[in-house]
Ligand binder design. Structure first.
Ligand SMILES: Cc1ncc(COP(=O)(O)O)c(C=O)c1O
Length: 387
């Protein structure tokens, strides 16, 4: 049976082999500790569950408007006004079954075969596959020598007449880096000068620590509003990964096109989940702060423990719930081998940086219990000492 070239070319995520192996070992009774999860380990806020239960009782079990219920789109607009001072109208908002399909829809709208899309290393695993699915070519802007923050020089080095746009992710998965105002201004300048669009993925924007501040790119460059598609969602901020709700904000003509594509894909996101997200955006700020504080505590503990280890270095991540450890100076600088060995010998699962175009690094998620952090980091230290 023939399969399409398109599907045959999709690369399985490099994270899969490690997590499949970790699961298998756990099933065999091995004491595996996993730092590979990309989701908050908290339950969804009570206000979200209540809004969902109320919606079920009211019988909200039908198709909704394809773009999402007006109440949720309005609440997203209210949120963007109070958090970033940005003005969006409900017809400039699209609700989907997670941020992931919105990224896909945006790329399908913007990319023709052969077009080049800039991704900033380390870059989240799905961007590259989604660019390829649109027929585009990924072009990596290397940040590994500049503290995981892009520079104008690095961007200009890879621009070509085929470059059409870029995906900017701040706070970043996997590095936890937040792009400061100056960096965002520089990126906006490039977009303006070279007539590029920007997909601005700020799904981790609520998880920010210490003195760091998350900035939306339109706060530093309001004039580029027409070329920016903001992508956000309920998954990470409200610990609602399973509900599958994402939102995109962009000028009406762009949202209308993405919505048209969505009519032929998933149609509307789950009606009940939309009401849950509505409840969360309206009322869950205290829950978000509680979770953020818990992550902040875990972040300090994990960083302190890693700093006592030989060979490795780590950049202070300002946001998200990941640390991205530089293992290039260890006796096992190959991150794939490093992760395999760590899992086999110490039953600790982490994600190799190669999955994010950052060989020589390893991602650890601290969205797990403090007990696991202490035990797992103890094992990592022993592992490094024995190398
Ligand atoms: C950077 C980034 N963007 C988007 C997503 C997609 O989130 P969801 O589809 O759960 O809304 C994720 C999930 O891991 C992510 O890490």
């Amino acid at each position: 049976m023939k399969m399409s070239k398109r599907i045959l070319e999709i690369q399985p995520s490099a994270t899969i082999s490690i997590s499949a192996k970790a699961k298998k070992m756990k099933a065999e009774g091995k004491p595996v500790i996993s730092f590979s999860l990309g989701e908050p380990d908290f339950n969804s806020p009570e206000c979200a569950s209540k809004a969902a239960i109320d919606a079920i009782r009211r019988g909200e079990s039908h198709y909704t408007l394809n773009s999402g219920i007006l109440e949720l789109r309005q609440e997203v607009c209210n949120y963007y006004k109070r958090r970033f001072g940005l003005d969006y109208a409900p017809d400039e908002v699209l609700i989907a079954s997670g941020a992931k399909p919105l990224l896909y829809e945006a790329l399908q709208m913007l990319v023709d075969p052969g077009d080049e899309v800039l991704l900033f290393s380390p870059a989240w695993v799905s961007y590259v596959e989604q660019v390829h699915l649109a027929g585009g070519k990924d072009v990596i802007v290397d940040t590994l020598k500049t503290d995981l923050i892009p520079t104008k020089k690095a961007i200009e080095a890879v621009l070509s007449d085929k470059t059409v746009g870029m995906i900017v992710n701040s706070p970043s998965n996997p590095s936890g880096a937040i792009y400061d105002e100056e960096t965002l201004k520089m990126i906006a300048d490039v977009a303006r000068e070279k007539d590029l669009w920007i997909i601005f993925d700020e799904i981790y924007e609520r998880l920010v620590y210490g003195h760091a501040k998350h900035v939306n790119i339109l706060n530093v460059a309001p004039d580029i509003r027409d070329r920016v598609i903001i992508v956000n969602g309920a998954s990470k901020a409200y610990a609602m990964t399973g509900w599958r709700i994402g939102y995109a904000l962009a000028p009406k003509p762009l949202i209308a096109k993405m919505n048209t594509l969505q009519t032929h894909l998933t149609s509307n996101a789950s009606s009940i989940a939309q009401w849950a997200a509505w409840g969360a955006i309206k009322d869950a700020d205290p829950d978000v702060e509680k979770m953020r504080k818990a992550f902040e505590e875990r972040r300090s503990v994990i960083l302190e423990l890693v700093r006592q280890m030989p060979y490795v270095t780590v950049r202070d991540p300002e946001g998200a719930f990941y640390i991205f450890i530089d293992i290039r100076e260890t006796p096992v600088p190959d991150d794939m081998k490093f992760c395999e060995k760590l899992l086999e010998e110490k039953f600790v699962a982490a994600v190799p940086g190669t999955a994010f175009f950052a060989p020589g690094f390893v991602r650890f998620s601290y969205a797990c219990s403090m007990e696991n952090i202490r035990e797992g980091m103890g094992r990592l230290k022993d592992f490094l000492k024995a190398l």
